[in-house]
Design a protein around this ligand. Structure first.
Ligand SMILES: [Fe+2]
Length: 383
């Protein structure tokens, strides 16, 4: 948590204050390297990512003082005339910080799960855990045609924001497709597990089958066998352990791309590609079980129409993470923010129960390696 707080502060010091506030004095010169995440073009190599949590110094007090120092300098900057470029960097810094706020919750969950005491982040019970029956599964059909995807950025407005990887808006041709009205539930995923899916190589991509064997996967991350529950399982949540029998109708989460793909194949369906997903989400308001709900876990689908597009769990798509036609990374070191990860990762859409609503867009492209499971990642079927 200290690293996240220091790194989001570092972002403003490095990309806003050092280059743009005349006379700015850095808080501590060594922080330039210490809290760099992955920007190689800044010079010195950043510390090994795996060691981040191991540094007991600087202390929390010093990081809070670093934050205060940067906050005060930002306020000094605000009273000056700010160029459009400075404004754009500040807006990017705020969106970066929102990303880290989500990562803090998913990192806390993983850290607490890794602790033998298995502490709860928030011990208050789930709100509405015994909600009404979930929405019945249906398909929503879309005709063939040209769709426009990507964010239509207004380049004359410095506070109109999207990440560089969401632009340019462009046309794609889509064959007719169907998309599920809701995300896959824990009940459905348990049926997949009960059909011996984790021991049937024919259901898995080659790399997925290797991952199943390498990690001895038998269930989503945070599921643990529990003979006292009728399902035989319990789930670790940000509110501590919960019997699976009480979460059966909630969306399954903490599955890898490989598990999402294998589930879809078992269902004789497939995952949507990102253009199909965006076509389904286009024009909808950002509404759902997001961070502001305070639930901190996926909920039960209940709405009419296509539900759960935003919130609950990020939805793996079948689309590899690449640049859109005409994609241009930001100039300079900030070009490393997104563009250099366009290899070996898959696109996820829609945000999760720990994503702030103001952070999302229908065009938002998240990306992770296909083995990743520590984010709130789930499944929506397409056909
Ligand atoms: Fe970052």
């Amino acid at each position: 948590m200290k690293w996240h707080q220091a790194h989001t502060t570092w972002f403003f010091e490095t990309f806003v204050l050092r280059p743009c506030l005349p006379g700015y004095k850095p808080f501590r010169e060594e922080f330039r390297c210490l809290f760099n995440s992955y920007y190689n073009s800044l010079g010195e190599a950043a510390p090994d990512k795996r060691l981040r949590a191991a540094f007991s110094r600087p202390s929390l007090d010093e990081i809070v003082a670093f934050r205060t120092h940067v906050d005060e300098a930002m306020e000094a900057l605000f009273v000056r005339h700010m160029s459009e470029e400075v404004t754009r960097r500040i807006v990017l810094g705020l969106n970066h910080e929102q990303q880290h706020q989500e990562l803090m919750l998913t990192d806390i969950k993983h850290a607490f799960f890794s602790n033998p005491l298995r502490p709860a982040y928030d011990a208050a019970p789930f709100i509405g855990v015994h909600d009404a029956a979930p929405a019945r599964f249906t398909w929503h059909r879309f005709c063939a045609g040209i769709a426009e995807i990507g964010y239509p950025i207004d380049s004359t407005n410095p506070v109109d924001f999207c990440f560089d990887n969401e632009a340019p808006r462009h046309k794609v041709y889509l064959e007719p497709f169907g998309i599920a009205n809701r995300a896959v539930t824990c009940r459905e995923y348990l049926e997949f597990m009960s059909d011996d899916a984790y021991t049937r190589p024919e259901l898995w991509l080659s790399d997925g089958w290797e991952a199943v064997k390498k990690h001895a996967w038998q269930a989503p991350l945070y599921w643990e066998r529990d003979a006292t529950d009728s399902t035989g399982w319990r789930i670790f949540t940000l509110r501590g352990w919960h019997p699976l029998s009480e979460l059966l109708d909630t969306s399954v989460c903490h599955v890898s791309f490989f598990e999402a793909d294998a589930f879809a194949r078992w269902k004789r369906c497939r995952l949507p590609n990102e253009a199909e997903w965006e076509r389904a989400a286009n024009g909808r308001s950002i509404h759902g079980n997001l961070l502001e709900s305070g639930r901190l876990h996926p909920a039960i689908a209940s709405g009419d129409g296509i539900d759960q597009l935003f919130g609950d769990a990020w939805e793996w798509t079948a689309s590899p993470y690449t640049g859109y036609p005409g994609y241009k990374p930001l100039p300079g070191a900030l070009g490393e923010y997104n563009g250099k990860f366009m290899s070996g990762q898959m696109i996820l859409r829609g945000g999760s129960c720990v994503t702030p609503a103001t952070h999302l867009r229908a065009t938002y492209r998240n990306f992770f390696q296909p083995e990743t499971r520590w984010q709130f990642t789930g499944i929506r079927l397409a056909a």
